[in-house]
Design a protein around this ligand. Structure first.
Ligand SMILES: Cc1cc2nc3c(=O)[nH]c(=O)nc-3n(C[C@H](O)[C@H](O)[C@H](O)COP(=O)(O)OP(=O)(O)OC[C@H]3O[C@@H](n4cnc5c(N)ncnc54)[C@H](O)[C@@H]3O)c2cc1C
Length: 451
């Protein structure tokens, strides 16, 4: 049983793994030591707001993160009962998609949530830091690693090295753990789709907005997401989901970060791109939002080639590092689910050698992840072929899959007791699923208006 566990990446998968492993192993492994290393500095947070599906919320609750988040006042985000759909060109409402049942209850007790990424990260970090055997270290960028029969070592950019019994590579879609150690050459690929996003202060807007929490506005070649992020409805997250050429992405990424005029030019071109798609909408509040919103940032969506390696003898990839998918905003739920399942496997099989345990984990996860990946890719590909957003509803409505009758349940304390994972609460559709669900609706609405 590993005692010194090294985790690369303090994102969703990394912190969830640290918390889940501490929860599962602390009671029977003395001297357990879980160290998390992240390449960014602590103050660096990726921007924008994330959509958490009911399933993601249930997992975060299990790890104690939801209650931490709920104590954060305005930064706790908002619960989302329904996503309102509008046609940009026809200028009319297409209907709501609900996260609740007919009585207004969330599925399995959980609704959707929109929360700032920085707030989610803060809540996760607070829970992790409260655990006596977890430490989190920033400014530690992984650059390489090596394994011997006894242990595994990681090397960081600053020249330091750490050694442990087990490494979890949770360093995201561009994972160095994957590309430098586990599966060299398996680099991330650009999906062709980007988010151009920003936040707007609603107090500067005058036109009333006809949605309660979140709305998706469907255009022919893109969609615009608008969502409040705080209970007072003062912050509006705005994201245009558009196709952006790889050339532009490369140009954007090679821009020096410090040159203000270059940065401003890029922001202007982002703004132009969004205006070109949505600036002529029949919906007056959309025109105003587009007009007033500044500081647009580009977030290209990358994926990891399927069927790549997930582990070596002592290193396992989790979350986006293993399986970043084409846009599918259930991905955070998959990352947390990876963490919970691996932690429980570890707790329940104390005598199993790591390579066998990794294989068991992969047997549980690979098929489900592949299925989700294939569904997303098929949809986006068929969409790109048609020059529109995904057209089929069924596939993206799939739940976050859980392994049937698999090993895990709520906080197993006895390593030998096999409990089961709870059944999936409900389809975890969310913003991106909505695009697929409704593009046909959008087209129909456009056609009826002779557009
Ligand atoms: C534009 C966009 C919008 C999205 N919206 C949603 C959404 O609404 N809902 C949803 O569920 N999912 C969404 N996703 C997907 C979701 O963000 C990811 O699936 C999720 O963040 C994966 O978690 P992770 O921990 O695996 O990776 P990450 O969250 O990316 O964390 C990786 C961590 O590793 C660190 N790291 C990277 N390299 C190194 C290194 N060399 N050394 C040390 N540390 C390193 C990083 O600093 C980071 O902290 C979106 C993705 C994109 C691109």
């Amino acid at each position: 049983m590993p005692r010194d566990i090294l985790i690369v990446g303090a994102g969703i998968a990394g912190l969830a793994s640290a918390i889940a492993i501490s929860d599962e192993l602390s009671s029977f492994i003395p001297n357990l030591n879980i160290s998390v290393y992240d390449g960014a500095s602590e103050s660096t947070t990726s921007g924008g707001a994330i959509s958490l599906t009911p399933v993601a919320q249930r997992y975060l609750d299990e790890l104690g993160i939801l209650s931490e988040l709920n104590q954060m006042g305005d930064r706790a985000g908002i619960e989302v009962d329904a996503i309102d759909l509008f046609s940009v060109r026809a200028g009319r409402r297409l209907g709501p998609l609900r996260f609740t049942d007919e009585n207004g209850n969330g599925y399995g007790g959980y609704k959707g949530r929109r929360v700032l990424r920085s707030a989610l990260s803060e809540a996760m970090l607070a829970v992790a830091r409260n655990l006596p055997n977890v430490s989190v270290h920033y400014d530690m960028k992984l650059v390489g690693g090596s394994t011997t029969a006894e242990n595994v070592s990681l090397q960081f950019e600053d020249g330091s090295t750490v050694t442990g019994d087990l490494v979890l590579g949770c360093d995201g879609v561009h994972s160095a753990t994957r590309t430098k150690i586990v599966d060299p050459g398996n680099r991330s690929e650009y999906t062709g789709i980007s988010f151009i996003q920003s936040m707007t202060d609603t107090r500067s807007l005058t036109t009333p907005m006809p949605f309660n929490q979140t709305a998706v506005h469907l255009a022919r070649h893109s969609s615009l997401l608008t969502s409040y992020c705080d209970p007072k409805h003062e912050k509006l997250f705005v994201a245009a989901i558009v196709r952006v050429s790889e050339l532009l992405i490369e140009k954007y990424q090679t821009m020096p970060g410090t040159d203000v005029s270059v940065q401003n030019n890029m922001r202007m071109s982002m703004r132009y791109l969004v205006r070109a798609q949505f600036g002529m909408s029949c919906l007056p509040y959309i025109r105003e939002i587009i007009d007033r919103t500044e500081n647009w940032m580009l977030y290209p969506v990358y994926q990891v080639r399927q069927r790549g390696k997930w582990h070596t003898d002592k290193i396992l990839l989790l979350g986006d590092a293993a399986h970043a998918m084409p846009p599918r905003d259930e991905s955070a739920a998959y990352a947390v689910e990876d963490a919970i399942i691996f932690a429980k496997l570890l707790a329940q099989n104390p005598d199993t050698p790591l390579p066998r345990l990794f294989e068991e984990y992969e047997d549980l996860r690979r098929g489900l992840v592949n299925k989700a990946f294939d569904a997303s890719r098929r949809l986006w590909q068929s969409d790109l072929d048609k020059g529109l957003f995904p057209g089929q509803t069924r596939d993206l409505m799939s739940p976050v899959h859980l392994p049937p009758n698999s090993c895990v349940g709520k906080r197993a304390t006895q390593p030998t007791t096999k409990t089961k994972l709870p059944a999936p609460t409900h389809e975890s559709f969310s913003d991106l699923s909505v695009y697929s669900l409704t593009s046909d609706l959008g087209r129909t609405a456009d056609a009826t208006n002779g557009d």
